[in-house]
Design a binder for this molecule. Structure first.
Ligand SMILES: NC(=O)c1ccc[n+]([C@@H]2O[C@H](COP(=O)([O-])OP(=O)(O)OC[C@H]3O[C@@H](n4cnc5c(N)ncnc54)[C@H](OP(=O)(O)O)[C@@H]3O)[C@@H](O)[C@H]2O)c1
Length: 248
């Protein structure tokens, strides 16, 4: 597939590298000057592109930037794309980083607001895995304990294409419902960065309680920010399982 990725941080970079390794044609963008972007793209096995170009002539776009950045994109960036181009929001909203956004504070699902801001239907996926898990947590189909991710969105065709891609990438997939349901995989929910198998993730999505996650999300971040060293992937997942699932 031809894939454009906005953002080359831990999430966008991991997606780009693994997708290029799988043989996809990947182009990436970030905020750097052309020479630095070109160097980053080379490291990832991708091509460099300006923001306006990274979404052109592709089958699929991944958006991997902090939530607050979406409002800064040019208004026409996505609106003119052909409808068959699949746009995937991998992002999460963290008020400590993105500043408080009223609609999200009032409970609007993050990707519903993102779709409004971008003027375009979206799928939400990969947001419930740590970047390190995206980078190296994938396994072959059928592997015992294979980690699953959730795809939420309203376009069945787009979901199927992304689901096949995620399976090739190394993860089982569960249907996270409509984009309006995507609050069930936001930070602080049982589905969020708890590294579950497909049946466990399906249950975790069902167990999410409306309005409960933001407080837990902020509590977890506040604890993380007080630590001297950032925890390992295993420590984050164990902590999330303890607090979000009530089990070690
Ligand atoms: N880190 C995780 O474990 C994780 C896991 C799942 C989901 N998420 C979510 O996924 C999103 C990305 O996470 P991340 O950790 O990769 O973020 P990050 O480290 O902040 O990287 C963001 C990337 O976006 C680029 N960027 C920012 N503004 C841009 C703009 N206006 N145009 C083009 N590129 C722009 C940055 O460019 P520069 O490189 O030039 O600064 C950077 O490459 C966030 O919403 C995050 O909450 C994170």
């Amino acid at each position: 597939m031809k894939i454009g990725i906005i953002g080359t941080g831990p999430v966008g970079g991991s997606l780009a590298k693994n997708l290029a390794t799988l043989g996809h044609q990947v182009k990436v963008t970030n905020t750097r000057q052309p020479a630095e972007l070109a160097q980053k793209a080379k490291e990832l096995g991708a091509s460099p592109a300006a923001l306006q170009d990274v979404v052109q002539d592709v089958d699929l776009v991944f958006i991997a930037v902090p939530f607050k950045v979406l409002a800064e994109f040019p208004k026409d960036l996505f609106r003119s794309l052909p409808p068959e181009v699949i746009v995937v929001d991998t992002g999460n909203y963290y008020p400590f980083r993105d500043e408080k956004i009223d609609a999200l504070e009032q409970g609007q699902p993050e990707s519903v607001l993102a779709a409004e801001q971008l003027g375009r239907p979206l799928l939400k996926a990969f947001n419930n895995l740590l970047a390190e898990t995206i980078a190296s947590g994938g396994t072959a189909p059928g592997t015992l304990g294979r980690i699953a991710l959730s795809i939420a969105g309203d376009d069945a065709r787009a979901k199927q294409i992304l689901s096949d891609l995620c399976n090739d990438f190394g993860f089982d997939v569960v249907d996270g419902g409509s984009l309006a349901d995507s609050w069930r995989q936001q930070p602080g929910t049982p589905a969020y960065c708890t590294e579950l198998t497909a049946p466990e993730l399906t249950q975790a999505l069902a167990n999410a309680v409306p309005g409960k996650a933001p407080q837990l999300r902020d509590q977890i971040i506040s604890e993380l920010l007080q630590r001297e060293a950032w925890p390992t992937r295993e420590e984050v997942v164990a902590g999330n399982r303890a607090r979000q699932l009530g089990k070690e």
